[in-house]
Design a protein around this ligand. Sequence first.
Ligand code: ATP
Length: 561
Amino acid sequence: MALAVSASTWLLLGQGLRHIVDSGFYQNDTDFLNTALLAILSIVFIGSVATFIRFYYMVWLGERVSADIRKTLFDHLLTLSPRFYENERTGEIISRFTSDTTLLQTVIGTSISMALRSSVSFVGAIVLMSITSLKLTLYVFLAIPFILVPVKLLGKKVRHYSKESQNKVANIGSIVDESLHELKTIQAFGAQKRQSVSFQTITDAVMLNASKRIKYRALLISGVMLISMSAIIIVAWLGMLAVIESTLTVGQLIAFMFYAVLAGGAIATVSEVIGEIQKAAGASERILDLLNRQSEIVEDPPVYNAKDKLSMPLENHTHPIISFREIEFAYTDTPVLKGVSFEVYRGQKVALVGESGAGKSTLFDVLLRFYKLQAGSIIINNTRHDNMPLSTLRQHFALVAQDPVIFAGSVAENIAFVGNNEAIDMEHIKHAAKLANAHDFIESLPEGYNSELGERGVKLSGGQKQRIAIARAIAANRPVLLLDEATSALDAKSEREIKTSLDSLMQNKTTIVIAHRLSTVVNADLIVVLDKGRILAKGTHADLYSSNANYKEFVDLQLLS
Ligand SMILES: Nc1ncnc2c1ncn2[C@@H]1O[C@H](COP(=O)(O)OP(=O)(O)OP(=O)(O)O)[C@@H](O)[C@H]1O
């Protein structure tokens, strides 16, 4: 509406000009001129108000659309399985968020609005030109095919290089992301120059591609301008001949030329923004491609039976709560887990041991259904775990990873890090921190539980991060703990503090632990020895140490070293 009003007012201006020249100027009518002045000023005012409204709403719409796309995209990315991220570079995905959505925002907010306004102006101008002088308008039409040819040919090139350009800019995102996260390693190895050279190669490629895109765009704009301006000049010349022959008044010619310039300007604007719109088409293609990627893990399996929801048999000690049955798994072609079977009963501490690469972490990954099993099944409390909704399945477990994960945010937010519907109050957070042996050091931070930890917990020591991760697992209060013991050695005091924290964490809980400490295996109810994806032996420490040579060797070499 605002768009139509603003375009029409500028068109009306031409009619005003015609009357001023023909009726006011040529007939020395000052009263008419005064009235015309007022009328034209009113038209300009209305046009400006309409422009304000058009600009405001179109830019607003651009922001709204990009905010909605970002939210949808982010929510979608959170659902994709780890396998997706193994094959994609996070920096590139981040770039789709930022540069692609920003591009859409500009195009919707500015370019489309300009294109629409110019199209309306163009149609209006042509109609009014025809009313003013049909003959001259027909001459103008003769020029149109000449303008369309470069738009068609060069537009295709511009589109191609624009898409390339976005891809190449995404590579910049990847390298910046990687370099900044691994800055300490880069600086420690003095590899700044190396990274800088890699970066230069990428920016050079971006520049080269941009030069091509700019060249074609410049050719497009100048080509259209040359042809349309030449056409206008020729038509003006024909118009002047008509004035001399008295078949046209001066006012009509001026109005006609005003419209012709308006129409020419409109075409120039459209050809200029068409490049932007084509760029945005490329960006939306990339965003859609990401949105269409589906996780290999089905969120809500159809066979799920609602009564199974979180029904841990609290008292039934004779029934395993987790049962691994002949599970087979491979990330790619090489099998990583081969026929693994064992049972976990309520309250038990089960330790997984085995050399690096034996498949211990993979066992956690398939239990949490980050990946799909190739064969076999995992039964959790009588229900196949792939028949449960993912959220229900994962509510059974609290995970403490080997490298403690800290999110940017306060200490309290890091401890109360569970699903939205499980709000955790401050009392509970403090209780968990005390059990995890973290309360004292948290209190000594400048703002206690409200202290900001910085991205990835850069402001904490390794041991402190671990205790916060343990406090998080305690606060989550899940029936089963999945614990990947840290291999990195801490000083004796931190080690003792972590051990005490872990002991409180494991109290009255079913625990599966990837063990790297002798004390853990000694206290375990069941030890599962994994070797290249197979179970080599099962039993308690005392049994295995005396009966199994592999286990004895493993303990002596790995856990006692
Ligand atoms: N995402 C992945 N894609 C392909 N192969 C993988 C992936 N993750 C692990 N692997 C391979 O699977 C095997 C088992 O790895 P896993 O991490 O489960 O071992 P692990 O016993 O936990 O070792 P560690 O004690 O060193 O952590 C290894 O050979 C590893 O190379």
